[in-house]
Ligand binder design. Structure first.
Ligand SMILES: *Cc1c(COP(=O)(O)O)cnc(C)c1O
Length: 358
């Protein structure tokens, strides 16, 4: 298994993480988020593993939805931004996709063209995120249009929280109050909770929860909090391809940003930002090799990076280095790079060889 760079996807960990969602929100249906190729894990493989465990899948694009239908996925698939270009509605109908409806133009088009073939509409309310959704002002008009839709189509009301990953953020209360106010006289099923709210705000679980990042074993709270018994699904590995005994005062890498404070053994590892490992990872970013944690030194380059292996036992060429996954929390790597695990997971390039294990 000594590929230059490999992402090993532990499918049993996905099933485990689904169980965690179920134990947290036992009375809710699960809309599993598999947008962006299942957060970079491979939507087809992830969907196959959980299709019998969840109530539906959430995707961002028609192409993502059609690919799941083409491989025979028959459970609900929700197009999270609905249709936004004229030709998209027909394709959504052909594929039997649930639509998120978030503006009056979409509703007018549905009134004109009909909803035949669309199983459900997810009416999205803007309660403060101000990205998608009917504002308070638009909602009355939207409801009138919804009532005029001819077919007895199932409807769900939903909103998305901006700050659920920060404990007791006042914006969350504001959004919930707004949602309650707008939907109090509606009997439609409701959906609010992303991973952060599934873990920390049980009162928001409602009829449908929408877990994304937690399915992949990553904490929505970043490095602030441990991962709630979640199991990392992706482990990213590369190989040691060179070893250098450097003297105190010698430098490593582009820009000569790292100077050895004492005699060091430095390993060159076979991945870089051309594989999707972030160039912003500074000296000190954690990695794991031969049973111990160590760290990056110097700049990440396109095809390689360098790590300090002075205190690592028995290092030799070909040894595997874990950049994130089972031992190295991706939340910590992300924090070193001023980003979030979501961005790292979705950023791997097609140079990375994926292998799936049960
Ligand atoms: C991506 C997404 C989610 C999942 O968010 P996580 O933080 O990954 O759990 C939930 N709802 C909507 C509308 C989304 O777009």
């Amino acid at each position: 298994m000594s590929k230059r760079v490999s992402a090993t996807i532990n499918l049993a960990a996905v099933s485990h993480n689904i169980k965690v969602v179920k134990s947290k929100a036992p009375n809710s249906q699960i809309l599993a988020m598999v947008k962006a190729d299942a957060y970079g894990h491979g939507a087809g493989e992830i969907a196959r593993v959980v299709e019998n465990e969840v109530g539906g899948f959430g995707v961002a694009t028609l192409e993502e939805a059609a690919a799941l239908r083409d491989m025979g996925i028959s459970i609900p698939i929700v197009l999270l931004e609905g249709f936004n270009f004229p030709h998209e509605l027909a394709i959504a109908k052909e594929n039997g996709l649930d639509l998120v409806v978030h503006n009056l133009d979409q509703l007018s088009t549905l009134l004109k063209d009909g909803c035949d073939g669309i199983p459900r509409l997810w009416l999205k309310l803007d309660t403060g995120m101000h990205r998608l959704g009917f504002s308070e002002d638009e909602w009355q008009a939207a409801r009138l249009l919804v009532e005029q839709l001819d077919l007895p189509i199932e409807k769900i009301v939903m909103t998305h929280l901006a700050c659920a990953d920060e404990f007791n953020h006042p914006q969350t209360n504001h959004q919930i109050t707004c949602f309650e106010h707008l939907t109090q006289d509606l009997s439609y099923p409701r959906s609010i909770a992303n991973s952060a709210a599934i873990i920390s705000l049980p009162e928001l679980h409602q009829n449908w929860v929408r877990p994304g990042i937690m399915l992949y074993g990553v904490s929505p709270f970043g490095a602030k909090k441990e991962s709630e018994n979640l199991k990392a699904v992706m482990t990213l590995n590369a190989s040691v391809i060179a070893l250098k005994h450097l003297k105190a005062g010698e430098w490593v890498g582009y820009g000569a940003t790292y100077q050895c404070p004492s005699d060091r053994l430095i390993a060159t590892v076979s991945l870089g930002y051309g594989d999707g490992y972030p160039r912003s990872a500074p000296t000190g970013t954690p990695c794991y090799i031969n049973g111990v944690m160590t760290e990056l030194v110097g700049r990440v380059s396109m095809d390689m990076l360098t790590i300090d292996v002075t205190d690592v036992p028995d290092v030799k060429l070909g040894d595997q280095v874990e950049l994130w996954g089972e031992h190295v929390h991706i939340e910590k790597v992300a924090a070193c790079c001023n980003t979030i695990g979501y961005e790292l997971l979705t950023g791997l390039t097609n140079r990375v060889a994926f292998n799936y294990v049960r």
